[in-house]
Design a protein around this ligand. Structure first.
Ligand code: CUA
Length: 176
């Protein structure tokens, strides 16, 4: 009987240890497992900046077919790339974000909009900002030592003003 209890204790300890490992090593453990079981459609966090959808020239706000607007961003310890994005007011904006390292969470201060940035996964959500304004984007998921300083910005401008901006001016807060 004693041996049996010991055995159960050992198994429980092992399970706990495994769960703890999984929860802290998302990038090292969960992600390869996820990829192994066919979830590997997402971008490779280690080559995000080099190829595919999230190369630097493709980040920020981009117009697609039929006037649709997509914003692509990377979250990484401890910045958002681009640090500031400019979008037009009153238009649905599709955000596509991913992470280069650990899980981050963007929230648009003053709204209840938010979305998670997960390594190896593209998170997509569509939000409309009715009026021009400036929204801070603090990170809401503890992601390491620099978490509390991790924030980006979204500048919502009028549609006319947005139309007059060159692509480079749509991913910076320093307007001419
Ligand atoms: Cu990124 Cu907290």
């Amino acid at each position: 009987m004693k041996i049996k209890i010991r055995k159960i204790g050992f198994v429980a300890a092992l399970t706990l240890f495994g769960a703890a490992l999984l929860s802290t090593r998302y990038y090292m453990v969960d992600l390869p497992i996820w990829h192994f079981f066919g979830g590997g459609e997402g971008p490779d966090p280690s080559t995000l900046h080099l190829r595919g959808e999230f190369v630097e020239s493709n980040l920020g706000a981009a117009e697609g077919p039929a006037g649709s607007l997509t914003v692509r961003m990377i979250a990484q310890q401890f910045v958002f790339v681009p640090q500031c994005v400019v979008v037009p007011a009153g238009v649905p904006i599709t955000f596509r974000i991913t992470s280069a390292d650990v899980v981050h969470r963007l929230s648009f201060m003053g709204t209840n909009y938010g979305l998670s940035a997960v390594p190896g996964v593209v998170t997509e959500a569509s939000f409309t900002f009715p009026k021009p304004g400036q929204f801070k984007i603090p990170c809401h998921e503890f992601c390491g030592a620099g978490h509390y300083a991790m924030r980006g910005q979204l500048n919502v401008v009028s549609r006319d003003q947005f139309a007059s901006l060159r692509p480079g001016e749509r991913r910076t807060c320093e307007q001419p």
